[in-house]
Design a protein around this ligand. Structure first.
Ligand code: CA
Length: 229
């Protein structure tokens, strides 16, 4: 039997933390919860989780600080941000500090479960892939570590951005629609918007393209989606 997936929930609202614990345990996953950021970071060192669920508003530190601290130690573990803040600037800031995905409160537990299942499924698929790198122009993306070497610099891409790139690479040269990306990467039951895909594409371009405003490799196919060339 496969080893139980371990999830660390860092969330100070007790009702939400308990609700998540119940739902995740029902799926057969192991769950630990922390109500403070510092406590969460300490707990992470002990348990080495397979996934972090992180609230942005915590009593002792803000979630961005927790995210940065977690990323220093856990380079590839997916981090999903949970927050009442639906401001796009917060979401982008979260993704820049190393988070992989976000769900804004109030959220449905079914939606969150779908995302977590998709994260674990994609991580398993990535583990079975033979070639672990994707070339984007002169940048080389490592699918194992979710990082890239870009003209001599190492950059973090995060789980979702890397997964999108892997999908585009599997169909290199042909357009992949936003819906196909959403289904493959987030899962059929999940309900992120097309805007989500666009945000991750922007992130990929900023990190990999020489001029992100005039991309040469991660291209928009108008009315269709995106393609990698
Ligand atoms: Ca909170």
């Amino acid at each position: 039997m496969a080893e139980k997936k371990k999830i660390l929930v860092i969330e100070d609202e007790k009702d939400i933390a308990l609700g998540l614990r119940d739902a995740f345990e029902f799926e057969g996953w192991e769950v630990a919860t922390a109500g403070r950021g510092g406590e969460g970071i300490e707990l992470a060192k002990k348990m080495s989780p397979d996934l972090f669920i992180l609230d942005l508003m915590l009593p002792d530190m803000n979630g961005f600080q927790v995210c940065t601290a977690v990323r220093e130690r856990f380079k590839v573990t997916p981090i999903l941000i949970l927050s009442a803040r639906s401001l796009e600037s917060d979401i982008i800031r979260g993704l820049e500090t190393g988070a992989d995905d976000y769900v804004t409160k109030p959220f449905s537990i079914g939606e969150l479960l779908a995302r977590v299942r998709a994260i674990f499924r994609r991580a398993e698929m990535a583990g079975r892939r033979k070639t672990m790198t994707v070339a984007v122009g002169d940048a080389e993306v490592n699918l194992e570590t979710n990082t890239a070497t870009v003209r001599g610099r190492d950059v973090e891409l995060g789980f979702y951005a890397t997964q999108i790139l892997q999908l585009l690479d599997e169909r290199r040269g042909e357009p992949v629609t936003r819906d196909e990306i959403l289904d493959a990467v987030w899962g059929l039951d999940a309900n992120p918007t097309n805007r989500t895909v666009d945000n991750f594409i922007m992130k990929l371009r900023r990190k990999l393209e020489v001029d992100h405003a005039n991309p040469r490799h991660i291209l928009t196919v108008y009315g269709q989606g995106y393609k990698l060339v």
